[in-house]
Design a protein around this ligand. Sequence first.
Ligand code: PGA
Length: 254
Amino acid sequence: MRNKIAAANWKMNLTLTEGEKLLDEILKENIELIEHQQAIFAVPFPYLQFAQKKVLGRKNYFISAQDCSDKKSGAYTGEVSVDMIASLQITHVIIGHSERRAYFNESNSMLADKINLILEKGLIPIFCCGESLEIRESGKQNEFVAKQMSESLFHLQPGQIEKIIIAYEPIWAIGTGKTATTLEAQDMHGHLRTTLARQYGDKIADEISILYGGSVKGNNAMELFSQPDVDGGLVGGASLNAQEFCTIIKSLPK
Ligand code: PGA
């Protein structure tokens, strides 16, 4: 079975004290994750180290960075490299979130460079893709998202692509309270898997977890995650509330 994943994306929220309290509240629930279930917390850079210490020894709990530099090292003031992230024993890095694409001009080719650095270091990229409302309304979402994947991912070898996690996040559903219907989510996830299969074959496409992101909440997670190609969620707003996120973790298929 593919990994089923509840991933929290704290974005630029919470002070250190608030972040510690939130993580403590979630971890004290002691939700046991079985073999193919994972919980991932993507926290701001300054919190990576404390968060990593808190999940140490907890089976299938991981900490992720929310981004990394596309440069290996050097005179890039303010940037954070994959090597730095790896040196904290962090295992995952989100890249290509629509907020980074929109506000920081991250292009598909820049993301390809980031993916290469992440994989070279043995970390797992959580690659985000997704269309705007305008593109959805013009009916071109499938080709738009396939292009994002092909320009950032399809240079990878089969042994590399199978390491990644994909997160489909329609921009019109992020932070808006407007979730894609289960049918819309499944349709797109099916399309992403078919696109992966065309490039890498069914076996590899079948092994890649594809998460849905965009207003996932405690009360819609179970239905979304029940879809055959939806392997969990990347969760923003609802991941800042311990009870909500615990419900989301518990909604992962067994
Ligand atoms: P949201 O954010 O759950 O607040 O819609 C999702 C994301 O941007 O990862």
